[in-house]
Design a protein around this ligand. Structure first.
Ligand SMILES: C[S@@+](CC[C@H](N)C(=O)[O-])C[C@H]1O[C@@H](n2cnc3c(N)ncnc32)[C@H](O)[C@@H]1O
Length: 283
């Protein structure tokens, strides 16, 4: 079977399994397997696959047909240009979260006293902490999560990106993970925000493969925003900022939660599709 035939056959199979963008997915899986950029496949359409390559591709396509995410099959994804290993213990880093990380490192860059210190609350794979650490060479980052398995992955990702010495990993439930008296210039978080009952309606790639702990924001999806609004103040320095990602359609409710806890809501930022997705607040 040639590269082109393999792509066509795989795309047809994935299409029947209702996988979105089946041809692209087939190409990405084959390119990863052959260790070449996707575009290079186009120069190799006539190349014959070996038996071992065909068997490996068949296995990958079977898994993708069962709606396992591409990132889990390939074992990694890119976040702000940094390579992140992914597994079932942490949310796959999403492109929209890159904007939160960028706002975070832009703010830390304006701080005069150095080193600045940042908390990534609910760190998961560690993607936000790692991107900010990489972009702010003077910053120290604390990355907290309730899941030991997610923290093990985050530590692996920090080491892989040669940033382990500037990121401290803390396990615990909410702010109980932190030492009393700890204070940060920036608290950044992408917490779980899906209403519990909506989880069953999500695509299988999310519903069956992202950990429920990373998705479930309680009955209305807003539990973590109430928690942060009520408990984060003592952990923020007087000139510090809080930046939180939230779900599409949650902006008004979240703004109200923070204002009723006497936070100053500085901005609600939109993503590239003009949907409000990030809250910026201060004391
Ligand atoms: C939506 S994921 C975000 C992961 C990562 N920050 C990202 O943007 O890809 C939320 C994370 O919150 C963690 N989490 C859930 N409940 C928690 C709690 N009570 N205290 C601390 N972390 C919690 C989960 O383990 C998960 O890693």
């Amino acid at each position: 079977m040639t590269v082109l035939e393999a792509i066509q056959k795989s795309a047809e199979f994935l299409g029947k399994k209702n996988v979105e963008a089946p041809r692209l997915q087939a190409e990405l899986l084959l390119a990863h397997l052959l260790k070449m950029p996707r575009m290079k496949l186009y120069l190799n359409f006539d190349r014959a696959l070996t038996v071992a390559e065909t068997d490996a591709l068949r296995e990958c396509i079977k898994r993708r047909g069962q709606r396992e995410p591409l990132q889990h099959i390939n074992g990694s994804t890119s976040f702000c240009g940094f390579e992140m290993t992914v597994n079932r213990h942490a949310l796959i880093p999403r492109p929209e979260t890159e904007q939160l990380a960028e706002l975070g490192w832009q703010f830390l860059a304006t701080i005069n006293h150095q080193p600045s210190i940042c908390l990534d609350f609910c760190t998961g794979s560690g993607c936000i902490a790692i991107a900010i650490a990489a972009k702010c060479p003077n910053a120290k980052i604390v990355a907290a999560d309730i899941s030991r398995e997610a923290l093990a992955l985050a530590q692996e990702n920090a080491a892989q990106n040669k940033l382990a010495e500037r990121i401290e990993f803390l396990q615990g439930d909410g702010f109980a993970a932190l030492a009393a008296g700890a204070q940060f210039d920036l608290i950044v978080s992408n917490p779980p925000y899906i209403p519990s009952a909506e989880i069953e309606t999500l695509e299988p790639e999310v519903r069956d493969f992202d950990p429920r702990l990373a998705l479930d924001g309680g009955a209305d999806g807003l539990n973590f925003y109430r928690l942060v609004a009520a408990q984060a103040k003592p952990f923020l320095k007087p000139d510090g900022k809080l930046m939180l990602e939230f779900g599409d359609g949650q902006a008004d409710a979240i703004k109200k939660i923070f204002e009723s806890e006497k936070w100053i809501v500085e901005a609600v930022r939109e993503d590239y599709s003009q949907r409000a997705r990030i809250l910026v607040a201060r004391l």
